[in-house]
Design a protein around this ligand. Structure first.
Ligand code: ADP
Length: 722
């Protein structure tokens, strides 16, 4: 008897076996419809084998689904990713098949002449229709009914009459995917010697090779990897290239650059792409019809036919870590996918993650360095403003030196960006009478005041409510006060200080979609905004030629609360934010307001000394055996039933396997102990690098039964500790 192992989209650790009835042919990578209880579900075949006389009663495969067989590389990657992240392999597989969920766009309906057929009554209107179609010297003269009626100046009824009479016929043509051939020689750049050497190294590598492309903002990293892509495409016109970006908002600019460079557009893949279009991209990727895909981390699961190179741009960005649903790090999976496919992988950044620097230092990754900004552009000068010496007035946030710098910049007709990574008006609302802080009803988080919408919002869950007149705790009237600044409040202050200046707020609240983003960037580029108050939404990737001053309102913000990567993240974010100033030929300036100017992160930023910061930070991590010198994994338990969480946590604590060079911390209440009414507890595992962390976790979890009421999430290499 023939048996097929089939992955189903269920939270279980293994494939299911089904009998293959006569007449059903399946191979690894095929999809099949199989019975599951009363339903038929779609599954992915991982193995087909011959068995002799098992007495187990297996259910039979219903049918093979008519879809292309997944390439071996994709399948092997899905299996590896599931093992690495301890995720259900069937759910990983479903991610790879997501593109198939929708049909491609409907075919276009066009009208064309039926050869030899003439209208019985050739009225003026009918003659005009036939003449219009004859005039349209397109291939076989096809037009849509609407266009034809318009071109002939007649009503659609006349056109329809000709169809009914058999003079015109309706034909369907498939909607074109529009992936034109890319021309590697369309518009090449002339690279400087550093850039050329880097591009050549990437272009010439064969087999799995990993690169760190390390260069400050504006040094030409994008230029370099596009040149490497061009050369690899020349060497192999079938080659497929995947470029990953941390945020959807950045894709448009890169797609435009690729179109300019190669004379045709790449494919785009992320959650903002309409499902029929995603289906077209999926089909084109598996058939090899598309060469370049620009996408978000989920594009890693596309069924590439001939994957040749993966680029992870802004590789340090924590947005590559997916924390909802399947928990994985896009950068780490990109390296794994390249290894499985025997492809190259380029991690590009101005402020690489410590993990990647560690790999480069140890020689595992080839380290390509671009030293200077291209051409005349220079990095901004960075100075700290010690708020202990010049504190802002009460209820204001801009110190005297920053105010003066803003005034001077505006006088020169140049632009200012005030950076504060905090959405809304005020991060906390409290009662002056009883001291109560307003929190969300079902979540441990303070409500953030938003003045534009007039609501108090929980940034974790999206819960919102109108600002109450009475304190919900003591009932005092008009006693609520807004504490601390968000971008809206800083903008209010800037407007009051510089009434002539045109101000705007750039945050995910004011920029809800890519169109709003383009509009805001255009206004900024056209000089219609003088002071832009921005969160990190504006810190990434955009180039404003007339922006010469970046003021960081609260440089200490990310350093408080300190998780493992607080210093690293702050360094990266502030480097990026201050790097916005002076990209063009005008020298830029950045001022950082801080209460702790002696903090190593801020001293390194002011000195422009990334290496010193990395060295100090790496030494601290090494002393504590923390990543990249050790490995971490978190287990997060949550349930609406607090006692059920406590029980599983206690069971886990009692079942920890013996292991060396590995410690388990917790269980403890999570810092966010209540989210959407669910109680949360965490455990953290730290292991030396050479310990089989996944094997330990698997052995441990197999010992504990988790009831349906409790959700258990494993987070390997966690980035969030909340
Ligand atoms: P990065 O990705 O490192 O931030 P980019 O590749 O975006 O840098 O380059 C920054 C700017 O400098 C871009 O406008 C780019 O077109 C320009 N540039 C970089 N290198 C060159 C080059 N060799 N020739 C012409 N323009 C260049």
């Amino acid at each position: 008897m023939k048996v097929a192992s089939i992955l189903l989209p269920l939270p279980v650790p293994e494939a299911f076996d089904y009998e293959m009835p006569d007449g059903v042919e399946l191979v690894r990578g095929d999809q099949a419809a199989v019975p599951l209880g009363p339903r038929l579900v779609r599954g992915l075949v991982t193995e087909v084998r011959e068995t002799t006389g098992s007495n187990r009663q297996l259910k039979a495969v219903e049918s093979r689904i008519d879809a292309p067989t997944l390439p071996e590389g994709t399948l092997a990657f899905v299996e590896w990713a599931a093992r690495w992240t301890l995720s259900p392999p069937g759910e990983m597989a479903a991610t790879a098949l997501k593109g198939l969920r929708s049909d491609p766009p409907s075919p276009l309906r066009r009208l064309q002449r039926v050869p030899g057929a003439e209208p019985a009554r050739p009225t003026a209107a009918r003659t005009a229709v036939l003449a219009a179609l004859g005039d349209a010297q397109m291939a076989n003269a096809q037009m849509s009914g609407v266009d034809l009626a318009r071109a002939a100046g007649v009503s659609s009824g006349v056109v329809k009459g000709l169809v009914d009479e058999g003079v015109l016929q309706v034909i369907e043509i498939p909607a074109s995917a529009g992936f034109g051939p890319l021309d590697p020689d369309h518009a090449p750049a002339t690279l400087n010697p550093d850039q050329a050497a880097a591009a050549e190294a990437i272009a010439d590598a064969r087999g799995f090779t990993a690169f760190l492309l390390d260069g400050i903002t504006g040094s030409g990293k994008t230029e370099v990897y596009l040149e490497a892509v061009a050369r690899r495409l020349k060497a192999n016109p079938q080659a497929q290239i995947l470029i990953l970006l941390p945020e959807i908002a950045l894709t448009q600019a890169l797609i435009q650059r690729i179109t300019d460079r190669f004379g045709a557009a790449p494919a785009e893949w992320h959650s903002g792409v309409a499902p029929p279009r995603r289906r077209q991209v999926w089909d084109a990727v598996i058939s090899g019809a598309v060469n370049i895909v620009v996408g978000a981390r989920s594009a890693l699961f596309l069924p590439f036919k001939a994957l040749d190179l993966i680029v992870v741009d802004e590789e340090h960005d924590s947005s590559f870590k997916q924390e909802d649903g399947l928990v994985y790090h896009g950068r780490d999976l990109a390296v794994a996918r390249a290894r499985i496919e025997g492809a190259g992988v380029v991690l590009a950044s101005a402020t690489p993650s410590l993990e990647t620097l560690w790999n480069a230092q140890s020689g595992r990754y080839h380290w390509l360095k671009l030293a200077a900004r291209h051409g005349a552009a220079r990095l901004p000068s960075i100075d700290l403003i010690d708020l202990r010496e010049c504190p802002p007035d009460p209820q204001t946030w801009l110190s005297q030196p920053l105010r003066e710098a803003i005034g001077e910049t505006l006088l020169r007709g140049e632009q200012v960006m005030l950076f504060l990574n905090r959405r809304g008006y005020a991060p906390v609302v409290l009662c002056r009478v009883c001291g109560h802080r307003l929190t969300a009803p079902d979540t441990d988080s303070w409500l953030v005041e938003h003045r534009y919408t007039g609501r108090l919002v929980c940034h974790l869950t999206g819960f919102s409510m109108a600002r109450p007149r009475l304190c919900p705790s003591c009932g005092a009237e008009d006693s609520l006060v807004s504490v601390g600044p968000g971008v809206e409040r800083v903008e209010e202050e800037a407007r009051n200080l510089f009434p002539q200046a045109r101000t705007a707020v750039f945050s995910s609240d004011t920029i809800p979609d890519p169109r709003a983003m383009r509009a805001m960037i255009q206004r900024m580029t056209d000089g219609e905004i003088d002071i832009l108050v921005a969160t990190q939404a504006a810190a990434k990737g955009h180039n404003f030629p007339n922006l010469t001053l970046v003021g960081v309102v609260d440089a200490d913000l990310g350093l408080r609360g300190g998780d493992l990567r607080a210093a690293e993240r702050t360094f990266q974010l502030l480097s990026q934010a201050t790097g916005r100033a002076g990209r063009a030929d005008r020298p830029g300036r950045a001022l950082l307001q801080t209460w702790t100017p002696e903090h190593p992160v801020l001293m390194a930023l002011a000195a422009g000394d990334r290496d010193a910061f990395v060295e100090a930070e790496m030494a601290e991590r090494e002393a504590a055996s923390l990543p990249p010198h050790g490995r971490l994994a978190a287990i997060i338990l949550s349930s609406e039933k607090p006692e059920a969480v406590e029980k599983v946590a206690a069971d886990l604590a009692a079942a920890i396997p013996n292991a060396e060079r590995l410690e388990v911390y917790g269980p403890a209440d999570a810092p966010l102990a209540l989210v959407r009414g669910r109680r949360r507890k965490r455990l953290l595992v730290r292991a030396d690098r050479d310990v089989d962390l996944q094997g330990f976790l698997r052995a441990w979890l197999a010992r504990v039964k988790v009831p349906g009421a409790v959700r258990l999430t494993v987070d390997v290499d966690p980035y969030s500790f909340l």
